[in-house]
Write a protein that binds this ligand. Structure first.
Ligand code: ATP
Ligand code: MG
Length: 277
């Protein structure tokens, strides 16, 4: 189902941004205070593709993800160097605002976090309000609810209970509700930080199907500790690593198939085969 939704911000009118856009990170380093946690990470995340970030705990995957939508700077004492471009535009120097970037680059977290007492429909619309976007009328709001839930693969399960609280859904359904909420603002990129780690295998499969369905319309960057999942869902893959007390870096990146079947670095081979991490 595809809908043209006329989203209006407070005052000015942003151009529609429903098409997937690529992101390019160049020599991104990051710090929390004096603690350097990422060292010159460069990565191309292609438009309309799924890029998986893999690597042991603490090597900076979540930090890198938060740098892609300007959430890193919300942490007191956080700093970064390097550049990040969205559709060729530097998000730290040339984008209109951090809010604009965060709308274009949506995020879904490890633990499903719908507003539990809010209705399913209002949960979908909640992102619009937080992004400062106003929707013209009731009919348009309904269209956004239907199209977002459809794209997130949840519509059939909730269409008869849109007024039920978000907290009444199963964990897997809640996570797809969070994906619907993220999609409602028509992001160009969707960041998923271990979206299935709190879910059972069936719900995990369902979320993976959702990822496959939406990946043509929105670029996806997903962090996962599950090697099978990385292979199932991603086109490209980046392997992060950090030495003891050292900042994380990318050992190797490229097509997922190559990383898993013919990696160029022995550490990648060991990691994807489960020998450490
Ligand atoms: N808010 C913060 N303040 C200070 N240090 C932080 C903060 N968030 C993360 N770090 C540190 O940054 C480093 C990278 O953490 P990050 O969460 O990005 O790793 P990760 O690869 O996502 O790990 P995991 O796989 O366990 O989620 C770690 O050393 C961590 O302790
Ligand atoms: Mg993490």
């Amino acid at each position: 189902m595809s809908l043209t939704i006329d989203l209006r911000s407070n005052g000015d009118r942003p151009e529609p941004t429903s098409t997937a856009a690529g992101m390019t990170a160049r020599k991104v380093s990051a710090w929390f205070g004096n603690h350097k946690v990422l060292d010159r990470v460069s990565l191309e995340m292609q438009a309309g593709q799924v890029t998986a970030l893999i690597g042991p705990s603490g090597c900076g995957k979540s930090t890198f993800l938060r740098i892609l939508n300007r959430m890193h700077e919300l942490v007191p004492g956080a700093a970064l160097a390097g550049s990040v471009a969205l559709d060729g535009v530097d998000i730290y120097h040339d984008a209109p605002s951090a809010t604009d970037t965060r709308r274009r680059v949506g995020m879904v977290f490890q633990k499903p976090n719908p507003f539990p007492a809010m209705s399913i429909a209002d949960n979908v619309l909640a992102g619009l309000k937080l992004s400062g976007l106003r929707v013209r009328d009731r009919e348009e709001r309904q269209q956004i609810v239907v199209s977002s839930l459809t794209r997130a693969g949840l519509w059939n399960e909730v269409k008869n209970r849109l007024v039920s609280p978000g907290g009444s859904l199963s964990g897997g359904q809640q996570q797809r509700l969070c994906i619907a909420r993220a999609l409602a603002v028509q992001p160009q990129v969707l960041l998923l930080d271990e979206p299935c780690s709190a879910l059972d295998p069936t719900s995990t499969r369902r979320v993976e199907e959702t990822i496959a369905e939406i990946s043509h319309q929105v670029t996806i960057v997903i962090v996962t500790h599950n090697m099978q999942q990385a292979q199932r869902v991603s086109d490209d893959c980046a392997f992060f690593l950090a030495g003891e007390g050292q900042p994380g870096y990318i050992v190797e990146s490229g097509p997922t198939e190559t990383l898993f079947s013919n990696p160029s670095d022995s550490r990648t081979a060991d990691y994807v085969q489960g020998k450490f991490g």
